[in-house]
Design a protein around this ligand. Structure first.
Ligand code: FPP
Length: 251
């Protein structure tokens, strides 16, 4: 708990609890570009710039994990050129932003099924992971070719195989074991579940994003398009989070 500057002229007087894990559905890039008479890909480029700024603010506030929905298993149905552009963003991100994030002690990780990603995309992400693997600050966790149902399906397959191989009794399957088989098993155990999920650009749904892990997350929706989302907008979301009373099913 600590106090932090909220707006230039306003300071939050009360102690603020910063969520340890924030997950963001970065929506609205296409509409943002259309409004400016630009091609959709310019919205994704602006979205990448916004991500850098928001990551730095989250890191300065003491957030431990920032999981960002960069590409879903459903996004392959977009026009080929748009998919290719998004797939190249990690390459651009590596050159333009990873050095600064590395200097800020940010650790880069990813979740999702990466077998289908282009080689150059995988290589850029792998380089970013390797370069930052010993950092101890905020974990920037990219969800790329991520789908929540695909994640649960792959966990169920692995568990079923262990039962078939005689390594596991069905009676031993519990919530912890399932959690240990999800992509988020790469995160520190106490930070796997998001405390706060933010979705930008006005849509009120989770779109197959972390269905297991968000069972008790606070949800925050804003009309702000992702490319316009900034550190101040993040602090507004955190302020709202502090108005919620998380009971986890208790009283
Ligand atoms: C959804 O907006 C956004 C995406 C599918 C892509 C998000 C990617 C980024 C913000 C860049 C991430 C950076 C790296 C390095 C991977 P939309 O296109 O669905 O917007 P719309 O609903 O207005 O059409």
């Amino acid at each position: 708990m600590f106090t932090f500057g909220f707006k230039k002229k306003e300071t939050i007087k009360t102690a603020v609890e910063v969520p340890k894990h924030i997950a963001i559905i970065m929506d609205g890039n296409g509409r943002w570009a259309k409004k400016r008479m630009q091609p959709r890909i310019m919205g994704h480029k602006a979205g990448m710039d916004a991500l850098q700024k928001v990551t730095k603010t989250a890191s300065a506030l003491g957030v431990k994990v920032l999981t960002v929905y960069a590409f879903s298993t459903e996004n392959w149905s977009r026009p080929e050129k748009e998919v290719a552009f998004i797939m190249n963003l990690p390459v651009e991100f590596y050159d333009k932003y990873v050095p600064d994030l590395h200097a800020n002690n940010v650790k880069i990780q990813m979740i999702g099924d990466h077998s289908r990603l282009p080689e150059a995309t995988k290589a850029a992400l792998y380089k970013a992971e390797q370069k930052t693997k010993n950092n101890t600050g905020l974990i920037l966790n990219f969800a790329l070719n991520y789908g929540g149902r695909a994640e649960v399906t792959s966990a169920v397959k692995a568990i079923a195989q262990d039962v078939l191989d005689g390594k596991l009794n069905p009676g031993d399957i519990d919530e912890k074991l399932i959690g240990d088989h999800l992509y988020t098993n790469s995160l520190p155990a106490s930070f796997r579940d998001p405390d706060l999920v933010i979705r930008t650009s006005g849509e009120l749904r989770l779109s197959n994003f972390l269905p297991w892990q968000t069972a008790y997350s606070e949800l925050y929706f804003t009309d702000v398009a992702w490319p316009d989302f900034d550190g101040e907008a993040l602090q507004l979301a955190i302020k709202e989070y502090n108005r919620r009373h998380r009971r986890f099913g208790g009283v």
